[in-house]
Design a protein. Structure first.
Lengths: 113, 115
């Protein structure tokens, strides 16, 4: 069965600092990987996705993620964090063609002024 | 393009009562999903529809939860009777390609509190 682990429950960074959120997955076949962001009271918004091809994926809001098959990881990065990035971030793996997502437990990001 | 619509946004009920949630997916999206998100956790898939047929409902507690998508467009999720542990946000999502590479788009969710 597929699973996703986000080791960091909470992360606090200063505004302008770089950010990396960790995601490790377990899946027997080629994974379809996603990062979503959820602001308080809002639904989930897709930041980026990896289906195949270039392992460095660019997303919205200046985020990027790198797929590393050897490490079963799909870490999310941003070079300079803005206060508006404070939210909860979820990594997910899709079972076949992006369907039937399994989500990690989420990482709550706080941004210090 | 209008997003996924859900109603109500909030619902408070007593345990053993019934409740229903409604979802209208993005126009033209064949696939519809219901997720349960308990506070502090990631969303968990309850059921997936392809048009008006069920693709997967293996994680749906069928003794109390039911869902339908009769005309292949909007969908209703029902809980009867509710338990305290059903307190959660219920998210609806839809995606556009039947069986192909696709992305799920989420609605704002319905926050259910069971007292």
């Amino acid at each position: 069965a597929q699973s996703v682990t986000q080791p960091d429950i909470h992360i606090t960074v200063s505004e302008g600092a770089s950010l990396e959120l960790r995601c490790n997955y377990s899946y027997g076949a080629t994974p379809y990987l996603f990062w979503y962001v959820q602001s308080p009271g809002q639904g989930l918004q897709l930041l980026l996705k990896y289906f195949s091809g270039d392992t460095l994926v660019q997303g919205i809001k200046g985020f990027e993620a790198e797929f590393k098959r050897s490490q079963s990881s799909f870490n999310l990065r941003k070079p300079s964090v803005h206060w508006s990035d404070a939210a909860e971030y979820f990594c997910a793996v899709g079972k076949g063609a992006g369907n039937m997502l399994t989500f990690g437990g989420g990482t709550r990001l706080m941004v210090k002024p | 393009e209008a997003g996924v619509a859900q109603s109500p946004r909030y619902k408070i009920i007593e345990k053993r009562q019934s409740v229903a949630f409604w979802c209208n997916p993005i126009s033209g999206h064949a696939t519809l999903y219901w997720y349960q998100q308990i506070l502090g956790q990631g969303p968990k898939l309850l059921i997936q529809f392809q048009n008006n047929g069920v693709v997967d409902d293996s994680q749906l507690p069928k003794d109390r939860f039911s869902a339908e998508r009769l005309k292949g467009v909007d969908s209703t999720l029902k809980i009867q009777p509710a338990k305290l542990e059903d307190s959660a946000v219920y998210l609806c999502a839809s995606s556009g390609l039947a069986g192909g590479l696709n992305t799920q788009y989420f609605g704002p969710g319905t926050r259910l509190t069971v007292l």
